[in-house]
Design a protein around this ligand. Sequence first.
Ligand SMILES: [Fe+2]
Length: 350
Amino acid sequence: MLFRQLFDQVSSTYTYLLADERTREAVLVDPVFEEHARDAALIRELDLRLCYTIDTHCHADHVTGAWLMKVALGSKIGLSGHYGATNVDVPLAHGHTLRFGHCALEVRETPGHTGGCLSLIAEDGKTAFTGDALLVRGAGRTDFQQGDARQLFRSIRDQLLSLPDECFVYPGHDYSGRTVSTIGEERLHNPRIGGGAREEDFVGYMENLGLPHPKQLTIAVPANLRAGQPESGTVPAAPDWGPLVMTYAGLPEVQPEWVASHLDSVHVLDVRSPAEFDGELGRIDGAALIPLEELRARASEVRDDKPVVIVCQTGKRSGLATVILRKAGLTRVANIAGGMVRWRQLGLSS
Ligand SMILES: [Fe+2]
């Protein structure tokens, strides 16, 4: 199974991408609204077909990216049926099996942090995605959204600590850089529920955490009850000047064919050396030349009355040039994918 662990720094949320390496069918667990472009780029670059997004619960600290993923990639939205949320295609419940290619996830209800919390267990029993029920050396808070410390204690004890010791635990969040644990490790060392803690110990601990109220609660919960569909009902506006694609590396790119048919509506900036500019690959008609090593000092020379598309030999130096110009304050700027080599391969004119 292909496996990627992604992190959102703002909410300290982990998002997990799982896929059958043969059939390329994929599942995304707990996507974050603001990380949608990053996640979509990775799915595209790995040549995966996203079948489902699954939210382990209705989050209070971030808005899910589930609805955006569905609009962009046609994935189905999975969430516990407990919440009665709108836009949910697969209302999940205990015992449900989600299949993607030859892989599968077993759904276990692990309420307590919220009433509809789910954990997902890989079919081989070696990996558990525990959402905010069991965290690395912690457990999800139980002081809002129908939280119930007694219920969480039983969920963790009966549904998670009953898994084999060697089963990996991938949590929904971590605030200290811990990425993974195991059931055996948490059974011994989890300060809330490990070491044979009794229900009263756990409840006493959870009821005295004294955590601040989550700032996003009033925004996130209503949005998540729509599976992350914005209140306007529409996708947030994308750059309107061209078919930009954000790569997983975080670079805005345009395809050379689009540039070739829109030369009048963009400025082309070539960042190769003067010798390459006059060399065998030729140049794009009307391109201005500023070699990459001079670009930081000469960024103010770049005209911004039209969007700027940047080219080099293969698209690497121009990728860095894109970053430099964005830092210099240009907003409408993109890298031409594949550079002059690709431009020539496609037989585009210059
Ligand atoms: Fe949560």
